[in-house]
Design a protein around this ligand. Structure first.
Ligand code: AVJ
Length: 328
């Protein structure tokens, strides 16, 4: 057994620097916004894990069922030797793929990547125990960054027959322009005959969709509000989480869920590290996340535009979520 190794391409300092830039841009914009990647500090990553267990939050369990159903087929079709996973988080659902790849006899290496070192190191420790014969190489990086040598994917290792997994519907957190660039970067990273395994949420009845992002227990609200605590800690801001409430709206035109934080009263927040005072009007809403949902034709078209061909499109019986296997 080889000990798992970890490459750190983004340090706490880098993340803080990008947070400074993003916070300055987003908090001075009209309407205000914050990018979703800052949700995932240790507390936020824990809260996200709790979200995945909520009755209302169907994506995780639906995707897990699809993976379980299709894992052997995925291993067979892709002949995966190296599984690279973007935004791997706890790598919980991935185990199904790892087991199938090992069972199939081809898989030898797993490369999980995440922006959260705490989530990644926790996952790697468990995985190395569960899969002593699998080579595990973790990467802490920001896949949305454009600062690297070529793209946010510069760290993807070469060699071996690779399958790149991007699960959970995280693609939906990117706005269409970012999404197109990102899919192109993925396509450029893959060699002919290699695969992208993509998990995406589908457009469904808002009566089911909205509660998934606004659960009765208020876990998603805590997750949303936690980004304010991140700003307080990282940028010496004085957000009072009690001055905001969590809102989830279905944007029908864009076909995405928007999470927002709505100010409960007129007030000013001081962001000391940016030497910035930010005024909030009562009722004002700040966007903290978009989570786009897709249709079969729309995602197939976006993948085609990036140079990727859809081989398989698997959905659950209620057609809430899709697992897409696309080939370069
Ligand atoms: C893990 C980013 C895909 O958009 O559904 C869950 C994050 N936000 N509840 C999603 C999330 C609110 C999740 N992703």
């Amino acid at each position: 057994m080889t000990a798992p190794s970890l490459d750190i391409h983004i340090t706490e300092g880098d993340l803080q620097e990008s947070l400074r830039e993003d916070a300055r841009r987003g908090l001075t914009a009209t309407p205000k916004w914050l990018p979703p990647k800052y949700f995932y500090d240790a507390v936020g990553s824990e809260l996200f894990e709790r979200i995945t267990e909520l009755d209302e939050y169907y994506p995780t369990r639906t995707e897990r069922a699809l993976l379980t159903e299709r894992a052997a087929e995925i291993a067979r079709v892709t002949g995966v030797e190296v599984l690279v996973e973007l935004g791997s988080g706890s790598s919980d659902k991935t185990r199904v793929l790892l087991s199938a790849g090992l069972e199939h006899g081809t898989l030898r290496r797993y490369v999980p990547q995440d922006v959260s070192p705490s989530a990644l190191t926790g996952a790697m420790e468990e995985l190395s125990r569960q899969y002593p014969n699998l080579e595990i190489h973790g990467v802490v990086s920001d896949f949305t960054s454009t600062g690297g040598p070529d793209s946010g994917l510069f760290w993807v290792p070469t060699g071996g027959r690779r399958t790149l997994a991007f699960l959970g519907g995280t693609l939906g957190n990117l706005v269409p322009q970012e999404r197109a660039e990102f899919l192109s970067a993925i396509s450029n990273t893959l060699d002919t005959g290699e695969f992208l395994l993509l998990g995406v949420g589908l457009v469904i009845d808002p009566a089911i969709l909205v509660p998934a992002y606004d659960d009765a227990q208020g876990v998603t609200a805590q997750f949303d509000l936690n980004v304010l605590s991140v700003l307080n800690g990282q940028l010496d801001a004085d957000f009072d989480v009690d001055d905001f409430e969590h809102v989830a709206v279905w944007d029908e035109r864009n076909e995405w869920i928007e999470m927002r934080l709505r100010a409960r009263r007129d007030h000013t927040v001081r962001v000391a590290d940016l030497d910035l005072n930010v005024q909030f009007a009562a009722g004002e809403e700040m966007r903290t996340e978009i989570s786009a949902k897709f249709r079969r034709e729309s995602i197939t078209g976006e993948l085609a535009a990036a140079g990727l061909t859809v081989d398989e499109f698997w959905t659950d019986p209620d057609e809430r979520f899709a697992l897409v296997l696309a080939r370069k």
